[in-house]
Design a protein around this ligand. Structure first.
Ligand code: ADP
Length: 453
């Protein structure tokens, strides 16, 4: 199965053996060449001394030079011929010397030509070995490049494309017999993994839809009785049925608050069900941004007063094309969260401006304990609440931000949060469609206006 590795190992081994053999023969040839060169140099040296011996008188120094070759010359016949030359020189016999030198030169001529022939054989052998080595190196590189391209890089590229398709939900399974190598194995594993993930997603989807169906049905069934329970509680509290003592009033008050919470939860669940079913039509109209924000702040004054939190907003004189109730729902959710998580005597500020894309940017800034970076990416998911010591679980559903995100995205905007633990949070969202409100007074004059609680 591990074909690629085996093939690459075999070809690398063969190329290594070829290179090793070439290097070995090359080294031996080089050594041979070196020895021939040394012998040729010696022959030149001897010839120079012989010339001196013929041309000059019988000097002792020449005799000494010739004697140095004695016993050093190979093959044996050279040594013998040299001995004759030395002996003739010793006897100072010019005639004998000439004859001895003539014999020596005759033999040397043959030998030198033999050495030169050998030298060119060695030289061409070294050259051929260098060619073989270079060619084997080039062929190995070529084979490895082509083989890795066709067996590794090309299939990996196509696999990577399939992975991207998978991530972009465009994955389709086409059966192909994978190659019997490591990449084929990877391809096969990826397809099995993708199939398993797709099956799991299908399973989760059907479970999720069953859960949503159940929640919808339960919410619908609960809303009517809860509304009538709330009505009955108000009647009881107001003494319509009969006088109610302080203790009972207190208990009825708690029951009403909790009933409100349940009704809110059910409404949020039903909103979410509508969003998920794509049945969340917006009724967009041009309206004043200031009006939407100040109305929301007004409705939250009671909550802010109870929490001892100040609210502030600077008017901006813009008209936005929105579903007023839905955007009010978003701001209410973000503001009530900000109030809920603010310290006493803190301030929650609402600011409207234009962002880099020239969209209206609305920011809700609090001085609460902030949200950790890991939680910031989670809290916009449904049923998710921030955890950790700075975020003790406050009674809530974990649905508000998921609904706010869906509403903002339906308007073509974006929602997000910047926060640093211990320094507060800034929730922000954008509204892309707006125009100046020419009927309103100048912004500068309104900058000091605000709503305070
Ligand atoms: P809920 O408030 O009902 O729990 P949300 O979806 O509105 O649900 O908020 C999700 C979570 O985000 C909250 O439970 C809280 O942990 C965190 N959160 C939201 N707003 C703030 C804020 N202004 N400061 C700190 N944490 C916040």
């Amino acid at each position: 199965m591990k074909k690629i590795r085996t093939k690459l190992s075999i070809i690398s081994f063969i190329s290594l053996v070829i290179c090793f053999l070439c290097a070995y023969w090359g080294y031996r040839s080089y050594k041979g060449l070196e020895s021939i060169n040394a012998q040729l140099m010696q022959a030149t040296d001897i010839e120079a001394n012989l010339r001196l011996a013929t041309d000059l008188p019988f000097y002792r120094s020449i005799n000494k030079n010739l004697t140095a070759y004695k016993g050093q010359l190979e093959p044996e016949y050279r040594d013998k011929l040299m001995k004759k030359i030395i002996s003739a020189h010793n006897r100072k016999s010019r005639g004998r010397l000439k004859t001895a030198i003539k014999n020596f030169r005759k033999q040397e001529k043959r030998r030198t030509s033999y050495l030169k022939d050998n030298k060119s054989v060695y030289e061409s052998r070294i050259l051929s070995l260098a060619y073989v080595m270079g060619l084997s190196y080039l062929l190995t590189i070529l084979f490895i490049s082509l083989y890795t391209y066709s067996s590794v890089f090309r299939p990996l590229k196509s696999l990577s494309k399939r992975m991207i398709d998978f991530l972009d939900n465009r994955y389709t399974y086409q059966f192909r017999v994978p190659k019997e190598n490591e990449v084929g194995e990877l391809e096969l594993n990826f397809h099995s993994l993708a199939q398993r993930v797709l099956n799991n997603i299908e399973e989760l989807k059907s479970l999720d839809s069953a859960k949503s169906d159940f929640l919808n049905m339960a919410s619908h069934e609960l809303r009517t009785p809860l509304t009538s329970i709330k009505g009955s509680l108000i009647l009881l509290q107001n003494g319509v049925i009969g006088e109610v003592n302080e203790k009972s009033k207190q208990l009825l008050g708690i029951a009403e608050v909790e009933t409100d919470r349940l009704i809110r939860l059910i409404n949020e669940l039903l909103d979410l069900a509508k969003i998920e079913a794509g049945k969340f039509p917006l009724q967009q109209d041009w309206c004043s941004l200031d009006e939407v924000i100040t109305n929301t702040l007004f409705s939250l004054e009671g909550l802010a007063a109870t929490a001892d939190v100040k609210l502030s907003y600077e008017n901006k004189n813009k008209l936005v094309e929105i579903d007023k109730d839905r955007i009010q729902q978003v701001i209410t959710n973000l503001m009530s969260n900000a109030i809920k998580y603010s310290p006493q005597k803190g301030t929650v500020r609402v600011a409207a401006s234009l962002d880099n894309n020239n969209h209206i940017l609305i920011e809700i800034i609090d001085q609460g304990k902030g949200i950790s970076p890991e939680d910031q990416s989670l809290i916009f998911e449904k049923f998710r609440q921030a955890s950790g010591p700075q975020n003790p679980i406050v009674k809530g559903t974990g649905l508000g931000l998921a609904i706010a995100r869906a509403i903002v995205e339906e308007h073509g905007g974006e929602i997000g949060v910047h926060s640093r633990v211990g320094e507060g949070s800034t929730f922000h969202f954008t509204l892309p469609t707006w125009k100046e409100d020419t009927s309103a007074p100048d912004e500068e004059q309104n900058d000091d206006e605000g709503v305070a609680a």
